[in-house]
Design a protein around this ligand. Structure first.
Ligand code: ADP
Ligand code: MG
Length: 700
């Protein structure tokens, strides 16, 4: 509440300090702008650091006595403007409070009352902005005169009497009645939001502390549930309900800083840029990046590569007709218990600047979407929406563990959220559409809790097909005893523990040797470096080269073609094709390349192939193909090889006999096999006759 803050003694000294501050800084220009544009422009945002730099005493006053100090600042602004604007209602906002004004919500105490505080918060609820009366106009029922009454602390206050000094009759409120005339009252917009401590600040299983925050003036309506902000405000107390003497705390925000929620908000210095530029030229860059992901987790290079590419992301596109193509890559990890699924997701959620980690089985009540709630003392008895994980993750990355354990309601919401990037809520008479644009990485256990060899592995993913098909990559992680692998993992885990111990006792003798010994656990790049590199590289919008596009097309066509003629086959759909595109774009970004080159497409295809193979459960690609299309790998590669022969002949085409000869010579493919493949390719329209009589075929 800026303009209706309690009236304090305004020290003349403080006013002149403010005046000189404005005059000595670029903020004077802002003051002039307000003078010109008032009331359209009525607020001024000042950087605390600037005040501290010019007049540290003033800065200190501001922290200790914000109400009086800001009132003085407003007066100073009015003084500096034209004479006729003396009573203009100006909002003076201060941002970027110093570190020592930072408090966690849970640490707010009595000593903070009336002081300026700053805390990071996650907005969990917001009620629609309303109008708060600052100065009420009241008409006296006896004499008809309209008198003004100033409101305090958002509490409604009728005039005590029909003020004589406002030409009223002087009757007290007990001998007359007052009627509020809202059109003549002056109001400001206010919005009440509920904030919660950001989850990454939580220790152990502590439940996050909450705080009610009031936004006023142009701040009202700027913050919605799910936003991550730093609230700069003045802590106030309000009396709870009933006779209790216990005070509740609330905060009047004087400014809100949107937190860098996205990669795009991360600032990168020119020096860092130069460093990244150099790193991106390293032919090994992708391997280095992957090996820096969760170094404490042994192996899983492919899974890590997929998760890394998810952060780079594909390019979201809007086509000429206005239709959209998502750039988000979704990943599913299905696996036995104890294979580090949760660990991987957790690591990634820390790496992602706006990562939200949720568990499918969490019983928070808010769930993935949102909950409509109604408390007696919240929103004046009206229903409010509380943002769930998916809404909070909007614009970032969502990590859902134990996906298989989520409720049916969450499941269908997730469906909708992933597909249309928003969810519609009809709860308690509230209709809301909430944005849920995010990349999802989820982990789940298989149907029986652990993979069984007796049943096809793909059939053990206990999720509806429609949801499954949203995932660009599905990894199967099995925990099967294997002497070599077990030893590697065991030694790795032990090394991680040794190194962890050494890091805690780093100044003791002998620790250097341990550090050196366990260097494998140290990432090539730090988390911070990675995050910045990704942010930097995400600025590139890579465009597919024709050769890369061709490669993907071939892969797609080949897999589709193999599905033909099999009754129960499930060939890949255009959805997976788009998955290839997204992954290759992400791969190009990892190299900071403006062009998606064949090697990017190749790697994307390999990643998909790997994920699919794991779906099969064994290294045998045969199973993969059965799952994908019902055709064996041998058949598929034949189709690919034959298609390649025809393609290399170019536009003018090649005769069927020649194809047959080359196929036999080069790849030992029998004549009748080639004939079958050719027929299939012709049927599918992948190739056509250039000259039917001479049997010359060419790619379309
Ligand atoms: P899940 O979620 O798959 O059930 P967790 O992520 O909870 O498994 O992992 C169980 C424990 O085993 C964790 O402490 C994890 O660090 C460890 N672990 C499992 N596999 C590996 C691995 N390959 N490398 C390092 N640690 C591992
Ligand atoms: Mg787990």
């Amino acid at each position: 509440m800026i303009s209706s803050a309690p009236v304090h003694e305004i020290a003349v000294d403080t006013v002149s300090r403010w005046e000189s501050f404005f005059q000595r800084t670029e903020y004077m220009q802002k003051v002039r702008e307000i003078a010109d544009l008032y009331p359209e422009l009525s607020s001024i945002i000042v950087d605390f650091q600037a005040i501290d730099h010019v007049d540290s005493d003033l800065a200190e006053q501001l922290l200790d006595h914000p109400d009086a100090c800001l009132a003085a600042g407003r007066e100073a602004i009015c003084n500096l403007m034209h004479q006729d604007m003396r009573h203009a209602s100006i909002a003076l906002r201060v941002t970027r409070l110093p570190r020592d004004a930072r408090v966690r919500i849970r640490d707010l105490r009595g000593r903070h009352i009336g002081r300026l505080v700053a805390f990071p918060a996650l907005v969990t609820r917001s009620v629609q902005p309303k109008h708060n009366i600052i100065i009420g106009a009241f008409q006296c029922a006896r004499c008809g005169q309209v008198v003004m009454e100033q409101m305090r602390d958002r509490a409604f206050q009728e005039p005590l009497e029909c003020y004589k000094d406002q030409d009223g009759c002087g009757r007290t409120s007990s001998s007359t009645k007052f009627r509020l005339i809202s059109e003549r009252s002056s109001t400001e917009d206010v919005q009440k939001i509920e904030c919660q401590e950001p989850l990454d600040d939580l220790v152990g299983g502590a439940s996050p502390a909450r705080m009610t925050v009031w936004l006023s003036g142009e701040l009202a309506g700027t913050v919605s549930a799910g936003a991550r902000v730093i609230v700069n405000g003045i802590m106030r107390t309000v009396r709870g309900n009933g006779k209790s003497a216990v005070l509740d705390a609330e905060v009047d925000a004087i400014s809100i800083e949107q937190q860098s929620q996205r990669f795009t908000d991360i600032e990168i210095t020119p020096e860092e840029e130069a460093e990244f530029e150099k790193a991106s030229k390293d032919p090994q860059i992708f391997d280095h990046l992957v090996s820096s992901i969760a170094p404490a987790i042994k192996g899983y290079e492919n899974e890590k590569a997929g998760l890394l590419l998810q952060l780079f992301g594909g390019v979201p596109k809007q086509l000429d007709d206005g239709s959209r193509r998502r750039g988000d890559i979704h990943i599913l990890l299905v696996g036995d218990p104890g294979v580090a699924k949760s660990q991987l997701l957790e690591y990634m959620s820390h790496l992602a600047p706006h990562g939200v980690y949720a568990s499918g089985k969490s019983s928070s009540g808010v769930g993935l979407t949102c909950a409509a709630t109604r408390d007696a003392d919240w929103g004046e008895g009206q229903w409010t929406l509380q943002a769930g994980a998916m809404v909070q993750a909007n614009g970032g990355n969502l990590f859902v563990d134990e996906l298989d354990k989520m409720t049916a309601e969450d499941r269908s919401a997730m469906h909708e959220g992933l597909e249309s990037q928003r969810i519609t809520v009809h709860k308690a008479g509230l209709d809301a559409t909430l944005p849920t644009e995010c990349s999802l990485a989820a982990a789940a256990n298989p149907k029986y809790g652990r993979f069984e060899d007796t049943e096809e592995l793909a059939a053990q993913i206990d999720l509806p097909d429609t949801l499954q098909s949203r995932f660009d990559l599905i990894y199967m992680m099995r925990d099967k005893p294997n002497l070599k692998v077990d030893r590697d993992i065991a030694s790795h885990i032990l090394q991680a523990h040794r190194r962890g111990g050494a890091l805690l006792n780093r100044y003791e003798v002998g620790m250097d040797a341990v550090m050196e010994d366990t260097a494998e656990i140290a990432p090539t790049y730090s988390m911070d470096w990675l995050r910045k590199y990704i942010a930097w590289s995400k600025r590139v919008i890579p465009v597919m080269t024709t050769t890369a596009a061709k490669l993907i097309e071939d892969q797609y066509v080949t897999i589709r073609a193999t599905g033909q003629g099999q009754d129960s086959s499930v060939p890949i759909t255009a959805r997976q094709l788009e998955g290839y595109v997204r992954l290759s774009e992400a791969m190009a970004r990892a190299r900071h390349s403006k062009a998606v080159e064949p090697r990017d497409a190749k790697l994307a295809i390999d990643l998909c192939e790997y994920a699919l193979q794991r779906v099969s459960g064994s290294g045998e690609s045969r199973d993969v193909d059965r799952i994908m299309s019902g055709t064996s790998k041998k058949d598929r590669s034949k189709i690919l090889l034959i298609l390649e022969i025809i393609r290399s002949a170019g536009r003018q085409g090649i005769s069927r006999t020649e194809v047959s000869e080359v196929a036999h010579e080069r790849h030992r493919i029998e004549e009748h096999e080639t004939a079958t493949v050719l027929t299939r390719l012709l049927e599918r329209g992948e190739i056509m006759y250039r000259d039917m009589n001479k049997g010359i075929v060419a790619v379309v």
